[in-house]
Design a protein around this ligand. Structure first.
Ligand code: GLC
Length: 530
């Protein structure tokens, strides 16, 4: 299996910044754009190729910025438009490409369009930009991804659809004005110099005609039903691709699309559509060799069949951080969020496996996505007090689903500083746990064997060994071992209980845990062969 080669994005490592939690320049406890700019050197030193920023646009922050009230301006909490320009320029000076987030499935209910829709009343062109319906009871049986019904009633009796929070009304993508507006928003950011966009809820924009009832309940991994993965979304992507292609440079569009199986996802990255799609199938694969091999093969086959590179990802702002996820016995069905009273994972085992999983991932050809803090080995914050939670899932589910705050806690930069160096003072919008001190960047930088130095070496070697543009040629080292050759490198991850002996003539160049001539359990190595 060989990954097609070509422009930068086919083999890039893209680092996700969650602006609220990366670095806080003004000390209000919420990360901001000047904070990010001040800490871009960290990313250049780490060795990533590009940065994707979660939304920083004007927003009431009901879903941490994924509820946009003005797509063309920066929320004051994050800075000003000039700060976005400065960030883009500073990234480019360091050779970092900058991707921003586009949220086209819904706006905020504070968006002028939604306010106008409320004022204009039933049957108006303003209401037609959203999905308003008249009915005595909810217009259909759809549920919000965040819990509760997907419909909310307004004062005049009509209902509007929101696949997420009630503050996030879904747009009507059959309306030409909606399409034109997003063309313009895309151009606005491309004109400002961004290198691409991640498309939020790319699989949800078009709903089945007539909004029919949903047959079987959706699950998180594979959201299926009349609101997901409708063929009509592909027309939108073709339209956007032609816009992006009209700009100089290799600019890209990346789908957040929770669809399966992989050949459905591959349709999002056909040659005239988006460039990449997040590989959640891989993220969700159990830490068992057969599951990992299947996830890799299925991805390479499906993406390869349309000429796209596979992508790889282990963590993001919506899922349990992988050192925590992998601390549970392989295959455990995990809750959405963890907190007091939930089963506690084995932290040491989780970190050991996470480091191995990362080395395995970075050994694969294609593009890899990293989530801020994983280079520090940060676990999920399972100590977060419930009173501090801000994820709308927590409230919308009547405090039954804890949600995603635990992976969004502000980063620790300096062990002995207030807010661990996140900002100049002690404030942080989610409280940081005491154990953050031991994960802080300054405790790991230059320290042999630290997770930070593992990532840094891994990223440098990935580049020099050409792993991003190589291939996967499976090597059989036993049923519990994931092993393949990629160019001249042998990548081995031992997921079994017994140590594995490397083939003769191997020189280990990087390992996730100390190794001898054998690879111990839950360890990955990269070796060159003579
Ligand atoms: C995506 C985002 C998530 C957000 C949701 C609604 O899944 O990644 O954080 O809550 O869309 O915009």
């Amino acid at each position: 299996m060989t990954a097609p080669t070509g422009p930068w994005w086919r083999e890039s490592v893209i680092y996700q910044i969650y602006p609220r939690s990366y670095a806080d320049a003004n000390g209000d406890g919420i990360g901001d754009l000047p904070g990010i700019t001040s800490r871009l050197d960290h990313l250049a030193e780490l060795g990533v190729d590009a940065v994707w920023l979660s939304p920083f646009y004007v927003s009431p922050q009901c879903d941490a910025g994924y509820d946009v009230a003005d797509y063309r301006d920066v929320d004051p909490v994050f800075g000003r438009l000039a700060d976005a320009d400065a960030l883009i320029a500073a990234g480019h000076e360091r050779g970092l490409r900058i991707l921003v987030d586009l949220v086209p499935n819904h706006t905020s209910d504070r968006h002028p369009w939604f306010q106008a829709a409320l004022a204009a009343g039933p049957g108006s062109p303003e209401r037609d930009r959203y999905l308003f319906r008249s009915a005595d009871d909810v217009p259909n049986n759809w549920g919000s991804v965040f819990g509760g019904p997907a419909w909310t009633r307004v004062a005049d009796g009509q209902w509007y659809l929101h696949l997420f929070d009630s503050s996030q009304p879904d747009l009507n993508w059959d309306n030409p004005e909606v399409r034109e507006e997003f063309d313009a928003v895309i151009r606005f950011w491309l004109d400002r110099g961004v290198d691409g966009m991640r498309i939020d809820v790319a699989h949800g924009m078009v709903k089945a005609a007539g909004l029919p009832d949903q047959g079987s309940p959706a699950t998180k991994g594979h959201r299926m039903g009349p609101m997901w993965d409708q063929d009509g979304v592909h027309d939108i992507f073709r339209r956007w691709r032609s816009i992006v292609d009209s700009y100089p440079g290799d600019r890209i569009l990346v789908a957040e699309a929770w669809v399966g199986p992989q050949d459905r996802l591959a349709r999002y990255v056909r040659p005239d559509e988006l460039h990449q799609a997040f590989n959640f199938e891989y993220l969700l694969a159990a830490w068992r060799a057969p599951d990992q091999r299947t996830a890799i093969t299925d991805s390479m086959d499906a993406f390869g069949s349309v000429g796209a590179p596979s992508t790889w990802v282990l963590s993001n702002h919506d899922v349990l951080r992988h050192p925590t996820r992998l601390g549970f016995p392989a295959g455990t069905a995990l809750p959405n969020g963890l907190g007091a009273g939930d089963p506690v994972p084995d932290a040491a085992l989780g970190l050991r496996r996470a480091r191995a999983a990362t080395l395995l991932m970075l050994g694969l050809p294609g593009a890899a996505y990293l989530y801020q803090g994983e280079e520090l080995g940060l676990p999920e914050d399972i100590w977060l007090p419930d009173e501090a939670r801000q994820d709308p899932q927590w409230t919308r589910t009547g405090h039954t689903v804890r949600g995603r705050d635990g992976c969004r806690v502000p980063l620790p930069w300096v062990a002995d500083a207030p807010s661990y160096g996140f900002g100049p003072g002690p404030s942080s919008w989610l409280p940081q746990p005491e154990i953050w001190a031991e994960y802080a960047l300054d405790r790991q930088r230059g320290v042999d064997g630290s997770t930070y130095e593992l990532y840094r070496s891994g990223l440098a070697l990935r580049r020099s060994l050409g792993l991003g543009s190589g291939s996967v040629d499976w090597v059989d080292l036993g049923p519990d071992v994931v092993a393949f050759r990629n160019s001249s490198t042998l990548v081995v991850a031992n997921l079994g209980g017994d140590p594995v002996t490397l083939p003769p003539g191997c020189t280990v160049v990087l390992s996730s845990s100390p190794v001898s001539d054998q690879v111990p359990t839950d360890t990955a190595v990269w070796a060159t062969t003579s």
